[in-house]
Ligand binder design. Sequence first.
Ligand code: 0RQ
Length: 495
Amino acid sequence: SSSQVMSQALRAKVMSAEDAAALVEPGSHVGMSGFTGSGYPKAVPLALARRIEAAHARGEPFRIGVWTGASTAPELDGALARADGIDLRLPYQSDPATRQRINAGSIDYIDLHLSHVAQFVWFGFLGHLDVAVIECAGILPDGRLIPSTSIGNNKTWLDLADRVIIEVNSWMNPALLGMHDIYYGTRLPPHRKPIPIVAPGDRIGETTYRCNPDKVIAVVETHAPDRNTSFAAPDDVSGAIAGHILEFFEHEVKQGRLPRNLLPLQSGVGNVANAVMAGLDDGPFPHLTAYTEVLQDGMLNLIRSGRMDLASATALSLSSEAAIEFNREIEFLRDRIVLRPQEISNHPEVIRRLGVIAMNGMIEADIYGNVNSTHVRGSSIMNGIGGSGDFARNAYLSIFMTPSTAKNGTISCIVPMVTHVDHTEHDVQILVTERGLADLRGLSPKQRARIIIEKTAHPRFQPALLDYFERACRDSAGKHTPHLLDESFRLLRPE
Ligand code: 0RQ
């Protein structure tokens, strides 16, 4: 309904998605909203994909650069990739059609730390932003925009794009107004000031986006839910990983290295992260908080049950059932959830100050603790580094977790040498699989190798890993991080 477009001036710019898409030129850099399947534009990218397909059918070239917050949905990445409409994509994606084209070599992809993206555009490192396409929950009479279910880089896209297309999604609850915290204090070096967040729930900004109405070239009305992620019920493997982490937390509380309510939690994407949150709901830790990037079902349930006092994030990533509960309980949740720009949700300064406990998934780790979060066999991208590096390097505790094997047990996720490094041994303190937890703090490389093989590797792969390590200790020229380079990747080739 048009009631969510309350500005007279902007109401005059309402048009169809097709008419709006016709205003995007070939070769444009387009900054879109969207983060882990929420808050992405639902109509204009689809219309743009149809326009691109028609141009290609006439033999005309038409591709664009797509910049987002993080992953979007089939209606955005999927449609544009299938139309062969993307020449460059950044920073994080998880769409199968996009991934296939990146790995086939037809889409260029730049995988950036999520906290870096906005500032790199302000610095001028990524070129000029031509158009912003931003989903909102409404437009206030004075032209300010009510954000929807993710913030991502929207503030920067609205500030820096020459032209702005706004999608107003009436499926979004207007009662979202007040949940967001849009910080307008960022500056370019050397004029920067401290980010004044000293507790996860601190509000330092405005509840709406500023938007110069003269730049708005189209307003498109939609009515559609987010992609909605479905989560598997915690299985034995994710349940075991969660169990090891909870036991570790209890130990750290006993040792006096963590307070009883722990420290602000960051929890990554996927089923394992969700299962850890579910485990915390039954655990002994009261008054939890989160300073995280994505708020999934497990964390929402912690807030609803009263186990977690509040959470700061940049996006929701909920199942369709949880999205309905979120809407029903929005008045209660608005005081307990703060959504921020991703440069603030993932800000190294704040993560370091708050002492965040970072928990992220991985593809594989090596026996010395280097972690690969992004590549399969060194050359194919899975998703991207996302925010895992922002949190891992600056966290109080940096935890990485994975099942000990992949692909029905045929591949070991603990290997002699990772085929791609996202998180170096210096940024990794704890590794966890369903087999156990390896606490690497204060250990040298060779000490780490023994613990990682013993505690986290699958028994089927332990003998080969131990044999590699022991022969490396004997035959490697350097005895600090012993390797046998001609066979480091042999475990990747199952016999
Ligand atoms: O592929 O579904 O085709 O079989 O990788 O693996 O086990 O389902 O685990 O969903 O937790 O994802 C690292 C990808 C893990 C994710 C990663 C294959 C496996 C499967 C997924 P199939 P699982 P998850 C903040 C934090 C980077 C971003 C990040 C990720 C698929 O956690 O993208 O941390 N992280 N952000 O089969 C070959 C191996 C494999 C393997 C797994 N060793 N070899 N394939 N797979 N291990 C949030 C954001 O930044 C937005």
